[in-house]
Design a protein around this ligand. Structure first.
Ligand code: SF4
Length: 180
């Protein structure tokens, strides 16, 4: 394990690497862009998760409410991981990566001490059937909203953090963030 100096709260680079997050950077929340255009892309529902859980719009609240939640924190730790695919049509490989990234984000959440807000990939897989929209989330303290659902352009976030958005042919790259 590499030197585990603290990057944010009690989490160090070694911890992130152990969880499979090969890339990370800490940026200022003031440099994160929240855009109504990203919300419009969510509404187009190309991922099929719009309006299915409390982790995506419209269950997350308005763009302004989302941005306000993030801006309570000064800093933003961005982390990412890429997964190899058989080819660019390997939907199963993409879904496996999505599930793995989501689980690793959850593990990271359980290790962080202090006040923070975690965002990760789209949707929420914690319950067999989400309570949305009929009843409140069963685990609000463990809910990670999606970066896109918060109106964040992930490619711009990656650029600001100095991290590659695309990891090359036949790969898929997922991102998460911890505001602290
Ligand atoms: S934790 Fe359960 S109830 Fe809450 S958003 Fe996720 S799936 Fe839905």
């Amino acid at each position: 394990m590499k030197d585990d100096d603290v990057l944010f709260l009690n989490i160090g680079a070694g911890t992130l690497e152990q969880l499979g997050f090969m890339r990370w950077a800490v940026i200022k929340t003031a440099d994160v862009c929240f855009s109504p255009d990203v919300r419009k892309m969510c509404e187009a529902n190309r991922c099929g998760r719009y309006g299915t859980t409390w982790a995506c719009p419209p269950g997350l609240g308005t763009l302004e409410e989302c941005a306000e939640r993030c801006r309570r924190f000064e800093n933003c730790a961005v982390f990412s991981r890429f997964y190899e695919l058989e080819d660019s049509f390997d939907f199963e490989g993409m879904m496996d990566g999505h599930k793995d990234f989501s689980a690793a984000s959850e593990k990271l959440r359980s290790m962080i001490e202090g006040e923070f807000l975690m965002l990760s990939v789209e949707g929420c897989l914690k319950c067999g059937k989400c309570t949305y929209p009929d009843a409140p989330c069963r685990f609000p303290e463990r809910l990670s909203g999606s970066l896109e659902g918060y109106g964040i352009f992930v490619n711009k976030l990656a650029e600001t953090a100095g991290m590659p958005y695309n990891s090359g042919p036949n790969t898929v790259t997922y991102f998460g963030a911890v505001f602290f």
